[in-house]
Design a protein around this ligand. Structure first.
Ligand code: PBG
Length: 326
C-alpha cells in the first residue's frame, strides 16, 4: 500500500543548502595553493605580461609588496621563475650566487622568513638557445652533462633559502642527482617537488613569452612527454619517487585530470598539479570578453583538480581563488 509519501523524495529535500555543506566531498583550502611569480632585475618594476593578462614580471622590491597579500590570504607558498640579465650557452646566471633567484630568495627570507618558497630548477630561462639543458653542436640536449648543472642550480637555490626544489627540465636521472648533491652539501631537509609527469603541451605558450624562453630551434618533445600517453606517466612518477622525489607533479592540469586521478590512485603520495599559463589565459581572455564568469570558472576548475586527486594546486589564479574563498 502506498504510504502517501512519494517513493522518490524530491531532490530539493536532499540537497538543501544546510545539508550541502555537510555532504560536500571536495573543499578548497588556500593553504594548499601555490602562486607562481616571475622576477626581473631592476627597481620599482611591475611589467604586464601581454599573453597573461593581470600577471606581471616584478622587480624584487615590487614582489615583496605583492607578497603581503599572499601572506594575508593564507596561500601555501609561492613558486619563483627568474628572468636573467644575461643569457649564455650554459645558463650561467642560474647557478650564480648573485643570480636573480638567489637575490630574490635572500630578500624574501629577510622579510618573510615563514613564507614557503619553491624554486623552479631549469636551464631554459637562462640559456641563449632556450632549451632546458646543455646542447651539443648538433642541437641535441646532452642529458648527463645537464644533470651536473641542474644539481649546481638546486644547491645554489637551497643555500640562498629555497624551501623546496622543483626540477622542471625532465632530464633522466635528475631527481637522484639533485638529491645526492643536496645531501652532500648537508641540505638533507630540502625536499624535492619533481615535475614528473610533464607533457609537451601547447598550453605553455603564454609562459614562454612571460619568461622569454621560447626555444630558438627545435622543440621540447624529445624530453617532455607525448600527450597521447598515460602509462608513461606512471613510469615517470615511479622513477622520480624511487630517485627520492617528495612531491610529484602533473603538468598541465585541465586536460590531464585522468592522469591526476590515475597517479593518485596508484601511488597515494603527495601530488601537485600545475594549472599552466595557457589554462590561465584562456579563462582570463574569455572572462574579459564576457563569455565566462571568471570567479565561477576558477572555483569549478580548482575543485576539479582536487576531486581528481590533487593535494597541491599551482596556479596563476591561486591568489584570485583565495580571495573568492575569502
Ligand atoms: C621550464 C618551465 C616551463 C613551465 C614551467 N617551467 C616551460 C616549458 O617547459 O616549456 C611552463 C609553465 C606554464 O606554462 O605556466 N621548463
Amino acid at each position: 500500500m502506498n504510504s502517501g509519501y512519494p517513493i522518490v523524495r524530491p531532490r530539493r529535500m536532499r540537497s538543501s543548502l544546510k545539508l550541502s555543506g555537510l555532504i560536500k566531498e571536495t573543499t578548497l583550502d588556500p593553504s594548499k595553493f601555490i602562486m607562481p611569480y616571475f622576477v626581473i632585475h631592476g627597481n620599482s618594476l611591475k611589467e604586464p605580461i601581454m599573453t597573461m593578462p593581470d600577471q606581471f614580471r616584478y622587480s624584487i622590491d615590487k614582489l615583496l609588496e605583492e607578497l603581503k597579500s599572499v601572506i594575508d590570504m593564507g596561500i601555501g607558498g609561492i613558486l619563483l621563475f627568474g628572468i636573467p640579465k644575461h643569457k649564455d650557452e650554459l645558463g650561467s646566471e642560474s647557478y650564480s650566487p648573485d643570480g636573480i633567484i638567489q637575490q630574490t630568495l635572500r630578500a624574501i627570507k629577510d622579510v618573510y622568513s615563514d613564507l614557503l618558497v619553491v624554486t623552479d630548477v631549469c636551464l631554459c630561462d637562462y640559456t641563449s638557445h632556450g632549451h632546458c639543458g646543455i646542447v651539443d653542436e648538433n642541437g641535441y640536449v646532452k642529458n648527463d652533462e645537464t644533470l651536473e648543472y641542474l644539481a649546481k642550480i638546486a644547491v645554489s637555490y637551497a643555500k640562498a633559502g629555497a624551501d623546496i626544489i622543483a626540477p622542471s627540465d625532465m632530464m633522466d636521472g635528475r631527481v637522484k642527482k639533485i638529491r645526492e648533491s643536496l645531501d652532500d652539501e648537508g641540505l638533507v631537509n630540502t625536499p624535492i617537488m619533481a615535475y614528473s609527469s610533464k607533457y609537451a603541451s601547447c598550453f605553455y605558450e603564454p609562459f614562454r613569452d612571460a619568461a622569454d624562453c621560447l626555444p630558438k630551434f627545435g622543440n621540447r618533445k624529445s624530453y617532455q612527454m607525448d600527450f597521447s600517453n598515460s602509462d608513461e606517466a606512471i613510469l615517470e612518477v615511479g622513477l622520480d619517487l624511487d630517485e627520492g622525489a617528495d612531491i610529484v607533479m602533473v603538468k598541465p592540469a585541465l586536460s590531464y585530470l585522468d592522469i591526476i586521478y590515475k597517479l593518485k590512485q596508484t601511488f597515494k603520495r603527495p601530488l601537485a598539479v600545475y594549472n599552466v599559463s595557457g589554462e590561465y589565459s584562456m579563462i582570463k581572455a574569455a572572462s574579459k570578453l564576457g563569455y565566462l564568469k571568471e570567479d565561477a570558472a576558477v572555483i569549478e576548475m580548482f575543485t576539479s583538480f582536487k576531486r581528481a586527486g590533487a593535494d597541491i594546486i599551482i596556479s596563476y589564479y591561486s591568489l584570485h581563488a583565495a580571495k573568492i574563498l575569502g
